[in-house]
Write a protein that binds this ligand. Structure first.
Ligand SMILES: Cc1ncc(COP(=O)(O)O)c(C=O)c1O
Length: 451
């Protein structure tokens, strides 16, 4: 049983100065644990409990926490007195941009920003500028950041969602207050893996762009059906909208070229974040030069504003360059190693599920996976919301945390392996998964019986 006395003390201190006590309020979860150190596959809390980490801070640490190679590059940048100049270009931003363009087939050129939300915001603004249209399509169950166009329709409860809409779209379900009502009519949420619904919206409205995580990874791991991403490319060509792949979570984690390179589909714009700099704040917006050139169009009426005091700050830029060099080493050995760990994990959990005769499945793409308590891997959020046992999922996660395995204690959140995890870590995890599943299933039986 982990003790969290010191965590509780720190949180109550922070509550005096920060609303809720936590910055980025989606991090406020129970159990309330304050982490103080991360190294490789492990994190430690303020009470000295150690955890094998699968949350990975919502997925950036693909090489593990404080990867020594990346850390050394950051130290060197600071020792060389690299600073933020905010005037003109720098050698480092050119190096990073070149490395990305050399390795990402969909990126003819790139711009650098700080966060995924900034980059998806800019991508949507570009799509509107290029097409002269206002409407955008996003996925029900997809998360693309916190700004007005996309803070809606993520983990929408079935009671709000209603019946399956296909072909069709779901009503705007904000995940934030403060979004102008007038703006909401420009946003259309459709099911992932559903080309007919995209056509449906395109026939009804002038669509500027469609933004999609090529693998839905904010509700676990929902993979695209064969031909789906290709079908989106064809619809973009047919209706003249800008196809945006939001690879903030998939990019660099599944391949340096993004999931787009695995699917062999070229979006018009591609956005990266998270794993790009292995835990340092950098985001990338790239794509076709003809689209990206709107950022520097000589005509002020056509030019799209991109500005950011901290864009390409030397510290995250050095971290991103080092991350890419590390990912390229030994012909991409990191990807092969992490895939082997992912396979070991998937097979191990599947065997446990079978042995325990549970209704559950493992969905996985490389290092990212999720256990769904339903009899099939979901194809979209509606399917997931209808069939998954959310309460059991949360019980299971809490039981794991008690046993030193950190997964985010919110149902369907992705588990992320890193290059720093070892086969021993996976073995320990599998042992604890079995115990935690038994404990969670038993406590669900008790709570069901008492209803
Ligand atoms: C797919 C996707 N897009 C965009 C974002 C927003 O990125 P950020 O939190 O860096 O603003 C996230 C964050 O979780 C994400 O998963």
């Amino acid at each position: 049983m982990c003790v969290h006395t010191e965590s509780i003390r720190i949180l109550s201190h922070n509550k005096k100065y920060i609303p809720g006590g936590v910055v980025s309020v989606n991090r406020a979860v129970k159990p309330e644990i304050v982490f103080v150190k991360g190294e490789g596959a492990y994190i430690w809390d303020a009470d000295c409990n150690r955890y094998i980490d699968y949350h990975s801070a919502f997925a950036p640490h693909f090489l593990g926490h404080n990867d020594p190679y990346v850390t050394q590059a950051v130290i060197e940048a600071l020792q060389q007195k690299a600073s933020l100049f905010g005037s003109g270009t720098t050698v480092a931003e050119g190096q990073l941009a070149e490395l990305i363009c050399q390795n990402v087939p969909s990126a003819e050129c790139v711009q650098l920003l700080n966060t995924g939300s900034e980059a998806t915001y800019e991508a949507i603004r570009l799509a509107r500028a290029v097409t002269g249209r206002d409407h955008i399509i996003k996925m029900q169950g997809g998360y693309n950041g916190w700004h007005n166009d996309v803070s809606c329709n993520v983990m929408t409860p079935l009671s709000q969602l209603g019946g399956r809409r296909s072909p069709g779209e779901y009503t705007f379900q904000p995940i934030s207050a403060g979004i102008p009502v007038a703006h909401q009519r420009f946003v259309h949420s459709v099911n992932f893996n559903d080309l007919e619904s995209v056509r449906f919206v395109c026939e009804a409205c002038a669509v500027a762009g469609l933004i999609v995580e090529p693998v839905l990874q904010n509700v676990g791991v929902i993979r695209p059906k064969p031909g789906y991403l290709q079908g989106l490319r064809q619809l973009a060509d047919e209706f003249g909208f800008i196809l945006i792949f939001d690879e903030v979570k998939t990019g660099f984690r599944h391949a340096l070229g993004g999931y787009a390179s695995i699917a062999k589909v070229k979006p018009d714009l591609i956005v990266f974040g998270k794993a790009v700099a292995n835990g340092y704040p950098t985001a990338v917006l790239g794509g076709k030069r003809s689209v990206m050139d709107y950022l520097v169009d000589p005509h002020p009426a056509r030019r799209v504003l991109l500005a950011g005091t901290y864009n390409a700050h030397p510290v995250p830029t050095a971290a991103a360059i080092a991350t890419i060099k590390r990912l390229l080493m030994d012909d991409g050995a990191v990807y092969r190693d992490v895939e082997a760990l992912g396979k070991m994990m998937e097979e191990g959990i599947t065997e446990i599920i079978k042995k325990m005769e549970l209704i559950a499945v493992v969905a996985r793409q490389g290092s990212a996976f999720c256990i769904y308590f339903m009899d099939h891997c979901p194809v979209d959020w509606h399917d997931l919301a209808m069939h998954h046992d959310f309460d059991l999922d949360v019980e299971f996660r809490k039981a794991l945390i008690e046993r030193g395995i950190y997964v985010f204690p919110l149902a369907t959140k992705q588990w992320s392996l890193s290059a720093a995890h070892s086969t021993r870590d996976v073995e320990v995890t599998l042992r604890e998964v079995e115990t935690a599943l038994a404990s969670a299933a038993a406590s669900r039986q008790v709570s069901k019986a008492s209803i």
